[in-house]
Design a protein around this ligand. Structure first.
Ligand code: S3P
Length: 451
């Protein structure tokens, strides 16, 4: 729990209705701030997620010399320093809860000849950083870390990093991005080989800022992604419009499916195909889910989603789908608990190194509420109970926003209320989650702080 824990409780709710204004995409918000901070000129970004994680990234970039303001209308204006132009920060960079902020920034710092210190909250300090440190050391950056390559750490970047070709040992967009971003400062092309497609927002947005990024398909679904070094990144002429976050939309979507008599519409949701695995699963489960008005918005596909309460059935989720829904397994598990039959999720070992050990946290979330879960090192099976999920349990969130939101959504369909020990972390990705859900008719209450 955080120092000032905010316990919350959700009760069975009927007939959620309305149009849901889902906040901006977290991944694209981080990258817009970072690339704007590295570009020459003034970048304007609309729809930036003002969650804690992105605010930490903005603070870090201010400490490194970028100028970042918000207009009265909520647009962000970023005046960057040019690739290679970041200056030494006077204090430790505190990345809060954000693995994306930390790992992408380490890639950027690895290509700057300065020394910086980085830390984060208890969750982030427990997460593995070796996965980015290993390739960044090959490129010439130096690190001093806590045992196991954990934060806090110190990094001294390479004045001119060595371009490498790096084969990803884990399917991680964060590792891919860290290497490509360090490659911006290298002379020559830096390449990453990935065997399973991971989210490609870095590639798309770097191109939007004028970098040359090539994606070459290799055998068996693998690809080689290369960035040409030392580009001049230029602030785009038109404002960047950040799509609504499909990973945040996942919570009201599942609420609309499992809370009896509901009907919700969610406009402008990001539909990049590296992010839509959950929608595929829900349709396979029998969800009444429609996507319309698909169009391009600043290099990313977006569309409008409508959902209606549905009788769901259990499915087998194939392991190769994992990277396209890696953040959605907690809420998929909640949908599975409210389905008829068993849902099997395989190839999900990466969940163990997210904001919490999500595999363990989700299993505990469901068991505390009377649902049968079997689990192994990299798999989980949930036995669905339809609308007979007992509920009545308290969910331990472990500083993990997605565990907190998943617990509350389960409470909307369970027979007895579901309590979460601490909803403070929800602000990292979905600051207005409770108000927004209540506006749709969800019975969620914030309890008085007990500390
Ligand atoms: C993210 C990548 C994913 C995801 C995270 C955001 C990104 O992590 O879990 O929430 O913005 O690149 P991995 O790429 O490490 O799986």
């Amino acid at each position: 729990m955080t120092e000032t824990a905010i316990p919350m409780i959700a009760r069975r709710s009927h007939g959620l209705t309305g149009t849901v204004a889902v906040p901006g995409d977290k991944s694209i918000s981080h990258r817009s701030v970072m690339f704007g901070g590295l570009a020459v000129g003034e970048t304007r970004v609309k729809g930036v997620l003002t969650g804690e994680d992105v605010l930490r990234t903005a603070d870090a970039f201010r400490a490194l010399g970028a100028d970042i303001d918000q207009t009265d209308g909520g647009d962000w204006i970023i005046r960057g320093v040019g690739v290679g132009g970041l200056s030494e920060p006077a204090d430790v960079l505190d990345m809060g809860n954000s693995g994306t902020g930390a790992r992408l920034l380490l890639g950027i710092l690895a290509g700057h000849g300065i020394t910086a210190f980085m830390s984060g909250d208890a969750s982030l300090r427990g997460r593995p950083m070796k996965r980015v440190i290993a390739p960044l050391e090959q490129m010439g950056a130096r690190f001093v870390t806590r045992d196991g390559g954990r934060l806090p750490l110190a990094v001294t970047g390479a004045v001119e990093p060595i371009p490498i070709e790096y084969e990803l040992p884990v399917a991680s967009a964060q590792v891919k991005s860290a290497v490509l971003l360090a490659g911006l400062s290298a002379r020559g092309a830096t390449a990453v080989i990935e065997h399973k497609p991971t989210r490609d927002h870095t590639e798309r947005l770097l191109q939007h800022f004028g970098a040359t990024v090539t994606v070459e398909p290799l055998a068996e679904g693998s690809s080689r992604i290369a960035v040409a070094g030392q580009p001049e990144l230029l602030a785009p002429e038109d404002a960047i419009q950040v799509p609504a976050d499909p990973s945040s939309a996942a919570f009201p979507i599942v609420a609309g499916l499992i809370a009896e008599g509901s009907s919700l519409s969610l406009p402008g949701i990001g539909l990049n195909k590296t992010r839509t695995g959950l929608l595929t699963c829900l349709r396979e489960m029998g969800a009444d889910l429609h996507i319309d008005n698909v169009h391009d918005q600043g290099g990313e596909p977006v569309g409008d989603i409508t959902v209606r309460a549905s009788a769901l059935k259990g499915i087998e989720v194939p392991p190769e789908r994992a990277p396209s829904m890696i953040d959605e397994y907690p809420i998929l598990a909640v949908a599975a608990a409210c389905a008829e039959g068993r849902t099997m999720m395989r190839g999900i070992g990466e969940l163990r190194v997210k904001e919490s050990d999500r595999l363990a946290a989700v299993a505990a979330l469901l068991r505390a509420n009377g649902v049968t879960v079997e689990d192994g090192e990299d798999w989980m099976a949930v036995t669905g109970m339809g609308n007979e999920v007992p509920g009545g349990g308290t969910v331990l969130t472990h500083l993990d926003h997605r565990i907190g939101m998943s617990g509350l959504i389960l409470g909307l369909a369970a027979k007895a209320p579901v309590r979460i020990d601490d909803g403070a972390s929800i602000a990292t990705s979905f600051p207005n989650f409770v108000d927004l859900m209540r506006g749709l008719g969800a019975e969620i209450d914030v309890e008085r702080s007990n500390s």
